[in-house]
Design a protein around this ligand. Structure first.
Ligand code: ZN
Length: 407
């Protein structure tokens, strides 16, 4: 891949994604796949004003070795020095950048004690994470890894597959042009305008219809908010948590979905594929699921816990999304969830209700935001998808026509 284009991409991540400010510390978490690019990114962080940049290298296949030989309690233990590092993160609020290049099948066959240990670790780490929530800038972006590239392009050589995946990542991230930063500013502006319009309507319901049989109504929370694109920390610094991002999303009232919805893209769940499936809802609860392929896995998706039977997210993505245009299934949520309108079963987002900062978890739940240990997106957008919004005063406003924005 051309150096100048990669340099622009690194600049986009440092300046727009993470929006590194003068004097801030930065932690980059990256796999071992693209060390040259990581070097470029670190340099761009310094040029943006970072006082100190640390790189945490991760290797998924090494996790398998640990999981095989370590006892569960040893895997799960968070050492005192790790806690000190987490506390340092809380005190200093470094900017965090995650470069994803993982093999989608990388954890296949890992010893099951690994997931139990990770869940136990997550409980200890959670308070530290909560303490930095909304206070620091962070950004997830992708770079190609060899295994990931070969999964998408099994017939190409390793080198060709990686080059092709670079092209795909840069195209879908709107970073393949002359000025990626300007392209993102325009994109963000468009997303924000759409959010503002949707939030001004006072919507109480979305009605989805498609020729494939989708006929679904989802109730919205009266004080609910649509979000998209850039986020802002409590200190007022804007950043783009995801590159790419195309979705305008909200958390619906979990108790309200009625009707049936058909998937329009396969769902890759823990390395297994579910295809051509439907979910039928009654009073918010998924009461029936049918899949041509992966029926058992789909049943697992909805029954992680009771709350995973309910919706946590409604996201609107027009068919012009570069990810949809590319026609690629990336086996990576960062990309795949930006390919089409989607719903998610499981947890909702606190920030999708007004004044969430001043409310308790119970109050937010009471409003209708779902709370589950899982969050699984599945794609329902089609070329002919129509969505109507029903306003609190009964007015009906077209939101989507023929798979794209109607406004
Ligand atoms: Zn989403």
């Amino acid at each position: 891949m051309q150096k100048t284009i990669l340099r622009n991409y690194a600049k986009l991540i440092a300046r727009v994604g993470a929006n590194v400010q003068k004097g801030q510390q930065v932690i980059v978490t990256a796999g071992l796949d693209q060390p040259e690019f990581v070097k470029m990114l670190v340099e761009e962080c310094y040029k943006a004003g970072a006082s100190k940049v640390r790189v945490d290298w991760v290797c998924n296949s090494l996790q398998k070795v640990h999981a095989r030989y370590m006892k569960q309690k040893d895997l799960a233990r968070v050492e005192e020095w790790e806690k000190a590092r987490l506390q340092h993160m809380v005190d200093v609020l470094p900017v965090r950048i995650f470069l994803d290049s993982d093999d989608p099948d990388g954890l296949d066959g890992i010893h099951p004690r690994f997931f139990k240990a990770m869940a136990a670790r997550a409980r200890i780490v959670r308070p530290y994470r909560k303490a930095i929530d909304n206070k620091h800038q962070w950004c997830i972006a992708a770079v190609p890894g060899e295994a990931w590239a070969k999964k998408l392009y099994p017939n190409l050589s390793r080198h060709q597959a990686v080059e092709q995946l670079w092209k795909d990542i840069l195209f879908t991230s709107r970073a393949d042009g002359e000025d990626a930063v300007a392209a993102w500013e325009a994109h963000n502006k468009d997303l924000k305008a759409r959010c503002a319009y949707l939030n001004s309507l006072g919507l109480k319901e979305l009605r989805y219809k498609s020729e494939n049989g989708t006929d679904l109504t989802v109730g919205l929370i009266p004080t609910g908010l649509f979000h998209a694109g850039a986020d802002t920390t409590m200190q007022g610094i804007s950043f783009d948590p995801n590159i790419p991002t195309e979705e305008v999303f909200t958390s619906p009232d979990r108790r309200t979905a009625e009707g049936i919805v058909y998937s329009t893209k396969p769902l890759s769940y823990q390395g297994q594929l579910i295809e051509n499936f439907s979910v039928r809802f009654e009073k918010g609860r998924a009461v029936e699921v049918k899949a041509e392929k992966g029926q058992k896995v789909l049943e697992e998706v909805i029954s992680v816990d009771e709350a995973s039977h309910y919706l946590g997210e409604c996201a609107l993505v027009p068919k012009e999304s570069p990810i949809h245009q590319s026609g690629i299934l990336f086996y990576n949520t960062l990309f795949d969830e930006n390919a089409a309108c989607h719903l998610a079963l499981g947890s909702g987002f606190n920030e999708c209700v007004k004044d969430f900062e001043t409310m308790s978890q119970e109050e937010i739940y009471e409003l209708g935001v779902n709370d589950s240990v899982s969050h699984t997106d599945f794609m329902i957008g089609s070329e002919d998808m129509a969505i109507d919004g029903v306003c609190a005063d009964g007015r009906i406003v077209p939101i989507f026509r023929d798979g794209t924005w109607a406004f």
